[in-house]
Write a new protein. Sequence first.
Length: 448
Amino acid sequence: MFEGLSDKLSNILSSLTRRGALTEEDVNAALREVRRALLEADVALEVVRSFTDKVRARAVGAEVVKSVSPGQQVVKIVHDQLVEMLGSDAEVISLNAVPPVGILMVGLQGSGKTTTTAKIARRLKDRENRKVLMASLDTRRPAAQEQLAVLGKQVGVDTLPIVAGQSAVQIARRAMEAARLGGYDVVMLDTAGRVTVDEALMVEAAEVRAATNPHEVLLVADALTGQDAVNTARAFDQRLGVTGIVLTRMDGDARGGAALSMRAVTGKPIKLIGTGEKVDALEEFHPSRVANRILGMGDIVSLVERAAENFDAEKAQRMADKMRKGKFDLDDLRDQLAQMEKLGGLGGLMGMLPGVAKMKAQLESANLDDRIIKRQRAIIDSMTPAERRNPDILKASRKKRIASGSGVKVEDVNKLLKMHRQMADVMKMMGGGKGKGMAGALGKMFGI
Ligand code: GDP
């Protein structure tokens, strides 16, 4: 999910962040490509149009933030706009009503409604300690009722016993009554689905709704069906008043359009997403996390903000001076490593830098994780101050001593020294204004 879109957007935006000053034409050209990428991902045209208009308006009128480049600022605006399009805050299922709280599940046949009913019941039972009763209202398909009973056993949630010949409304009423008598907190009503939206389906669901007054009406829609999922949601909402949406098959290779347009078109929040066939494959939908994933650029502005917060200004100045002069000793490297740890370790740091998602994967596969940062610091800590200032004096016997002092092999000491040399070279280059920024420096430093 989102991979194609994510690749495209991060390419478009990283070309912006590579430039110093941005002209309006740069922004417009980038937005044309953003527009194309969103349309290719099957996002509704009206949503794409409003998205790019809003980004343009904000980018043009934006105040220039100190220490952030205009390109980075555009990235932040695109990010914020994505979050807004997705609904800003994560919304969860509300149980804030007098028990038994009714949750009506509606949607087309095959959308994953019954599976999702069981997934939600399991979650409410396990995570919120609620006593849940499930009932299938599908009177036309006995198999559907049995399916729910089987799932109920699997997840350890009670299902209402089946009574032949009852209508959907009668079953729903019986479920609410049984829940009241049995001290249940939540009743999940799994309505019948149809292959397409039809009148009989809507009438029946509306009758159940009127008879039970559910606190939540959740529409289950299949993300793989793209814009059809959005149209289905709109139709159900108009007839039934939906309170939230569960998008299923988010584990599949949908282009993402349904997830992206759903909120903007229907005005209703995506509350949960289904990410597999298993009963635990259900996740909350967090707009900001999804936006980060789609952009694949990490949050550049938060990098700048966090770096500014954490960085000791004086130290930074000293470091900058040293870099300019091409002096970068092992004490400085040690500071840098400590700084990296503060910024959330290598993983955290890499995740925030533009264009390094791929590099991060390489680093991970090279097993360059945060333990390595710790080990490198331990190696430097085992050196004498003189050695740290002048690593050239480190010959075989000293290396051996350092290796045993820090519990590593001599080759690890050599690796660290090589990294330091490369880093010092890069620092010199950056100091001379020829660098490609931090991502380039890190890439060189780790030899990728
Ligand atoms: P219903 O007709 O709407 O009740 O649909 P079902 O709950 O019977 O689901 C139809 C099929 O979709 C079943 O094989 C489910 O296992 C599968 N399914 C449901 N949700 C998901 C999901 O999030 N991801 C995947 N991959 N499969 C799902």
